[in-house]
Design a protein around this ligand. Structure first.
Ligand code: SF4
Length: 388
């Protein structure tokens, strides 16, 4: 069993003379026994961290928390401090939040960390899929033009291109050429990213385009962190903890080294919440309402209770999805419409109007830190149905 983050933090805390990093390496990368009834990952490799001798002061609110890391020998290694760019795929959910906090604990300078948020709805006016609220953090947004809705309504036209924010405040573009194609249906509820096209077209390919089309990544070392975890689905159990990213071109004429690290792949959900509690971060409002995972509000994998809850808190968004099901003559689920799914479910109990308002607001005005931190309702025993 992985040890608790609290125990880990105690091990990392000086004195005397820095910390043994083995504990963190074990938690992040060493194979643990597979949970009962689950298949072990097919591909797995041992990872360790190469710590640096450094003191990291977490200033401002975290003044007084200091961690010392000392060098040890380990191969192969993931040392985020050796990268020129450190990119976190940041959804606002707990797992991507944990990635940011972990980087801070590892002493990665804040100015080197980039949060990349893929706007599933694009930025052209569609509000079909995303939670409306944001987290008030500095991030680089990127999106497929016209987003989920535009791709779903593709009718004998090429798929749209990508736009991505870049340092200095600009927005650059890529892609958009190609053969005409059709969709006129929702993505399928499948592990395959071909039929479940939303994840590929609205997230994975958006990041690929944003990396491949920025010269600043050429001749540099870049680390991309994503927050998939073993416990989330059998499909995710097969993911590597560390591998070259899809946009890697380290052997190219103009080399571009991009590594992909999933540092919390082996973490159970409780470890993620412990880290968030450690920093007293206010979780995304959807967790307070009862969702156990934060992805698209009307995720195609939604459970009956999630559909019932969304119908209650955001009927406009729910009805927009239901209208498209009628228009296409095809439901997201093979057997049930979203209305029938919601009828089978029960809204999460006692959803606080304040959290509803926070989730639906396009400007996040809730506190970022909570002095009296507690687990949100959706944590641990919440409804974690979501992308596979
Ligand atoms: S969260 Fe659900 S609907 Fe949104 S992109 Fe992922 S799988 Fe598709």
């Amino acid at each position: 069993m992985a040890q608790s983050f609290k125990a880990l933090v105690e091990k990392l805390a000086p004195p005397p003379g820095g910390a043994d990093f083995t504990a963190l390496a074990a938690l992040l990368g060493a194979p643990d026994p597979a949970p009962q009834g689950r298949q072990a990952p097919r591909r797995r490799r041992h990872l360790a961290l190469v710590p640096k001798l450094r003191d990291v002061d977490l200033e401002e609110r975290f003044a007084g928390l200091t961690y010392s890391f000392e060098p040890t020998v380990s191969t192969p290694a993931v040392d985020p401090l050796t990268y020129d760019h450190v990119i976190v795929a940041f959804s606002g959910g707990k797992d991507s939040m944990a990635l940011v906090l972990l980087l801070l604990l590892l002493g990665v300078p804040r100015e080197r960390i980039e949060l990349w948020h893929h706007e599933v709805d694009g930025n052209e006016g569609s509000t079909l899929m995303d939670w409306p609220c944001t987290l008030g953090l500095r991030i680089f947004r990127s999106w497929k033009i016209n987003g989920f809705e535009g791709e779903m309504l593709k009718n004998n036209v090429p798929t749209t291109g990508y736009l991505f924010e870049v340092p200095g405040g600009g927005v650059e573009s890529a892609g958009g050429e190609g053969k005409p194609g059709f969709r006129l249906q929702f993505p399928q509820k499948a592990a395959s990213l071909v039929t479940r096209w939303c994840s590929a077209y609205l997230k994975i390919m958006v990041m690929d385009a944003a990396i491949r089309n920025q010269g600043r990544f050429e001749g540099a070392r870049t680390l991309v962190l994503t927050g998939e975890r073993y416990d989330e689905s059998p499909n995710r159990q097969t993911y590597d903890v560390f591998e070259p990213h899809r946009a890697d071109l380290r052997d190219g004429r103009v080399p571009r080294l991009i590594d992909h690290w999933r540092p919390i792949h082996r973490w159970p959900e409780a470890e993620v919440w412990k880290l968030i509690e450690r920093f007293r971060i206010n979780p995304h409002p959807a967790y307070w309402l009862g969702w156990g995972r934060v992805s698209c509000a009307p995720c195609i994998f939604g459970s009956p209770d999630q559909w019932a809850s969304l119908r209650e808190v955001n009927p406009r968004q729910f009805n927009a999805v239901a209208d498209y099901e009628r228009q296409f003559g095809k439901t997201i689920d093979r057997h049930l419409s979203v209305h029938e799914m919601a009828d089978k479910g029960t809204p999460f109990p006692s959803m606080d109007p304040r959290h509803v308002q926070a989730a639906l607001s396009r400007v996040f005005t809730e506190p970022v830190f909570l002095d009296a931190w507690r687990l949100p309702r959706g944590a641990l025993l919440g409804d974690t149905t979501g992308p596979t």
